[in-house]
Design a binder for this molecule. Structure first.
Ligand code: RBF
Length: 162
């Protein structure tokens, strides 16, 4: 229920800082690509709506969510971006891999946030079922790619004041 009450996809556009002149890296995991590509679409559309130039969006793919951390680290090292959005989808199914992958990517992205001055946004869906993921990738719970885009613009803006 928490998601229903805090669905940031229904944000007020006037409250979002402009993305003019800002360069954003987006990393998309190929696992569960039906979901992750929708997250990427939501993120890209939102960034452009808020003034980010299409040419300033650097999009790359990694095999799975576990690889998001490494890809994001390389993006930061390239110094070509002001912030990185990491998009993935891990579905529990019946495998303990779910916990290992979720812990790995959560810890990895947290570490990157502490290592670099730029923000790394956690846009990884972690759900029990495919249906729950679809509900968060353009379904009844919004699109978490949109929310990741809004978040990266807010964090970059915050950094300019601190
Ligand atoms: N990657 C995902 O992004 N989502 C998944 O749901 C997912 N499930 C996996 C399940 C198993 C059993 C394995 C071995 C890997 C899975 N991966 C998944 C891929 C993982 O993120 C990574 O790409 C590989 O483990 C290679 O490092």
């Amino acid at each position: 229920m928490a998601t229903a009450l805090h669905n940031l996809s229904d944000y007020d556009p006037s409250e979002i800082p402009s993305g003019k002149g800002i360069r954003i890296g987006i990393l998309v995991a190929e696992w569960n690509r039906e979901i992750t590509h929708k997250l990427a679409e939501g993120a890209i559309t939102t960034l452009i709506q808020h003034g980010v130039d299409e040419q300033d969006i650097i999009l790359h793919h990694v095999p799975g969510s576990f690889e998001l951390t490494k890809g994001a680290d390389w993006m930061a090292q390239s110094r070509k971006v002001d912030g990185v959005i990491c998009l993935g989808c891990v579905i529990r199914g019946e495998t303990p891999h779910f916990d290992y992958i979720c812990q790995g990517v959560t810890r990895g992205i947290t570490d990157l946030n502490l290592k670099y001055p730029l923000p790394f946004i956690f846009g990884v869906l972690t759900t029990e079922t495919f249906e729950q993921a679809a509900e968060r990738a353009g379904g009844k719970h919004g699109n978490k790619g949109i929310e990741a885009a809004v978040t990266v613009l807010k964090m970059i803006d915050l950094h300019t004041y601190l």
